[in-house]
Design a protein around this ligand. Structure first.
Ligand SMILES: Nc1ncnc2c1ncn2[C@@H]1O[C@H](COP(=O)(O)OP(=O)(O)OP(=O)(O)O)[C@@H](O)[C@H]1O
Length: 218
């Protein structure tokens, strides 16, 4: 059973050529797939469609074997699929790093002490313990990216959608991110402009071309 299955997805905006015109995509358990394509081809759009953050004009979305159509169908999807947004500022909104990471687990009904245990375990695993009590909006861009990943992992998702996760990372932190992602068990759908990074994280690649998801090639 596919974790994610999109079929015949159509998205267009008035007065513009269609962004997606029949796109289909499958992510299988354990699979690590890169989604590439030129700027504006619809990569981020497709990630939003998977989570029900943007409704296609046509097409079907299945996640974990179930069709997802209504907003309420996507609540479970968003709990089980974690998205690291392209812009960390869209994702961090609590005063401190620890509160930001605890937010998801608390929302899922964990107790305060369970949530704090998750915070400390993740900060230690990601070697970010020094950032624990820092003010989130004063972090550097690269620190924000890693904290964003921690906030997503805190929800223990089964699938990770990563949109340009190396944005704002220096060479050392990019290497750390590669090490972290290689050590995770989740299936991954990755959008990244860095071919070197994609090669380290994923084993297969598809691209959006003329509104369709196609195998990479001429
Ligand atoms: N609300 C909107 N109204 C009109 N056009 C939009 C809207 N939202 C997105 N678009 C357009 O849809 C297209 C696809 O955007 P998307 O962010 O999915 O591309 P992308 O492949 O992720 O690009 P990039 O590589 O630059 O991040 C872009 O041309 C964008 O301008």
């Amino acid at each position: 059973m596919a974790l994610i299955e999109l079929e015949d997805i159509h998205i267009s905006y008035p007065g513009q050529p269609a962004i997606l015109a029949g796109a289909a995509l499958q992510l299988l358990p354990g699979q690590r797939l890169s989604l590439t394509g030129p700027n504006g081809s619809g990569k981020s759009t497709l990630l939003r469609v998977i989570l029900g953050l943007q409704a296609p004009q046509r097409g079907t979305i299945r996640a974990f074997g179930q069709p997802r159509t209504q907003e309420t169908d996507f609540h479970e999807v968003r709990r089980r699929i974690g998205l690291v947004f392209q812009d960390a500022d869209d994702q961090l909104f609590c005063p401190t790093v620890a509160e930001d990471i605890a937010f998801g687990p608390l929302n899922l009904g964990k107790s305060k002490s369970e949530a704090l245990e998750i915070v400390d375990r993740l900060l230690s695993d990601l070697r970010l313990a020094h950032l624990r009590d820092r003010i989130t909006h004063k972090l550097s861009g690269g620190e924000k990216r890693l904290v964003t990943l921690a906030t997503v992992l805190a929800m223990e998702p089964e699938v990770l959608l990563l949109d340009e996760p190396t944005n704002a990372l220096d060479v050392k932190n990019e290497a750390r991110l590669i090490e972290i992602l290689q050590g995770l068990p989740q299936a991954i759908l990755l959008v990244s402009h860095s071919a070197a990074f994609r090669a380290q994280i994923t084993s297969a690649e598809v691209e959006i071309r003329e509104g369709l998801v196609r195998p990479v090639g001429p």
